[in-house]
Design a protein around this ligand. Structure first.
Ligand code: P61
Length: 445
């Protein structure tokens, strides 16, 4: 299937971005030329997946598509029990409600916006235990998703193991730039958490992409397939939340998976309150079928090679031109280092937000802010969080764009970089309470 793209004039883009309050989430998709807002739900489904959409069994209970999905999850990820949800945050909501008690701590390899919010709403507090290198865009550490076990042990000693709900471990780490965790780090984390009887809950949104990076970079995995490494990762964890809109290439869907029967019974009971019956959890039968097929496609080596190869093609073009980006290039996108890019703007002038708007203005390419706006405020003090990483994410949907589109994107980023001194900061004029980056509005200073 092909989709026509829309080319606009500078005047049209100026009107559009002003109307959108300098927030790329508030643009209409029709106003966008190349859409690199997200890789979530935006990938192109395959011929097999579309064929699967025709096999929807839309029975309220016991749909055949649910059992196909359950089989795929058991086969490729190895988790015993499955609870479908409408998307990732539906799964995060349920796991947080079940496993977190008021005052608990949830250590993890860097925060994610929706994950952390659900942890807080359940009465918990997220604690960052990722290695320091993950917060440094220039660090060439090959596995910037790794956990710093000293940080975890210090937390356990400080608050006691009973106050730790679980460890939230993500493959790959989105906010760090799509950075993978190594198998060595995950094994060490498993060993330590076993000593204290702490569970690992795996945010497996981009697990196959992480597996590919292990195959490419970690000693001893060159001859293992992405499928095998994916399974090894999952086997080192106790349960998982999944936004199937990424790795698994569906437009909508997600699930919770786990090996513990008691946890499963609780989750299966909770899903009927918030999502839907336990054999659809907010998805249509046809979506579950497409998801089951997408899981099998996502762990194919040749698919990953093409997908991540395209991301690296764009990253390398920007590196060659001297544009500051997060290094090394990760898996689902290229992340511009807005702090270095717009070194004349302090963080309270929202440099990444301003840069995403400037890029849209230049060429109609839509990117996403991942800095101070995304980080939000401390729920207790009400102060802005000031994250070290102030980034703009150029996210590549799977199987959608060509290398020629990447050339256009690179050309535009380079031209904005050459004219960077003319970019002014922003002032926030509307701020919603939760996940403010989605709907906040700004004015140019
Ligand atoms: C994204 F600006 N990601 O990257 P749901 N875990 C992880 C995700 O990447 C993720 C979810 C859980 C999105 C969509 C999005 O701040 C934002 O299916 C590692 O989106 O509910 C989603 O899964 C949640 C964009 C989400 C954002 C939150 O573009």
């Amino acid at each position: 299937m092909v989709e026509p793209v829309f080319m606009s004039t500078l005047k049209e883009r100026k009107e559009a971005i002003e109307r959108a309050g300098y927030n790329t989430f508030l643009l209409r998709s029709e106003e966008v030329y190349i859409d690199l807002l997200t890789d979530s739900g935006t990938s192109a489904m395959s011929d097999r997946q579309w064929a699967g959409m025709m096999l929807g069994d839309e029975a309220y209970a016991g749909s055949r598509n649910f059992f196909n999905l359950e089989n795929a999850i058991q086969k490729y990820y190895g988790y015993k029990y499955v609870v479908p949800t409408h998307q990732g945050r539906g799964a995060e909501h349920i796991i947080s409600k079940i496993m977190i008690k008021q005052g608990d701590f949830i250590p993890g390899n860097m925060y994610f916006t929706t994950t952390k919010l659900h942890q807080e709403l359940a009465g918990g507090k997220f604690v960052d235990i990722i290695i320091d290198e993950a917060h440094d865009p220039e660090s060439m550490h090959p596995f910037k998703g790794d956990v710093d076990l000293n940080k975890l042990e210090n937390l356990i000693n400080e608050v006691g193991q009973d106050q730790i709900a679980y460890v939230a471990m993500a493959t790959t780490v989105n906010m760090a730039g799509g950075q993978p965790i190594s198998m060595a780090s995950l094994k060490a984390l498993r060993k330590l958490t076993n000593q204290y009887g702490i569970k690992i809950i795996h945010d497996m949104t981009r697990v196959a992409e992480n597996a590919f990076m292990i195959q490419q970079k970690e000693e001893g995995y060159q001859h293992k397939s992405v499928e095998e490494i994916t399974r090894m990762i999952c086997d080192l964890t106790d349960g998982a939340t999944m936004s199937a809109k990424k790795d698994a290439m569906v437009n909508i869907g997600g699930f919770l998976a786990m090996n513990d029967k008691e946890l499963f019974d609780e989750a299966r009971n909770m899903v009927v309150i918030y999502e839907g019956l336990h054999t659809y959890g907010g998805m249509a039968g046809r979506d579950m079928e497409a998801l089951a097929i997408g899981i099998a496609e996502s762990v194919k080596d040749e698919h990953m090679k093409a997908r991540i190869g395209q991301v690296h093609y764009l990253g390398n073009k920007l590196l060659e031109a001297g544009v500051p980006i997060v290094k090394p290039v990760g898996t689902h996108g290229v992340f511009l280092d807005a702090r270095a890019f717009l070194s004349h703007l302090s963080q309270d002038k929202f440099p990444a937000q301003a840069l995403a708007a400037a890029l849209y203005l230049d060429s109609g390419v839509r990117a996403m802010e991942r800095g101070i706006v995304s980080a939000g405020r401390d729920p207790i003090t009400g102060e802005h969080h000031y994250p070290k990483l102030e980034l703009v994410r150029l996210t590549i949907p799977r199987r959608v764009y060509t290398q020629a589109h990447m050339d256009v994107v690179a050309e535009s980023v380079i031209s904005v970089f050459e004219n960077r001194n003319s970019i002014r900061g922003l002032k926030m004029v509307y701020e919603p309470k939760y996940l403010r980056f989605f709907q906040a509005r700004f004015e140019s200073l």
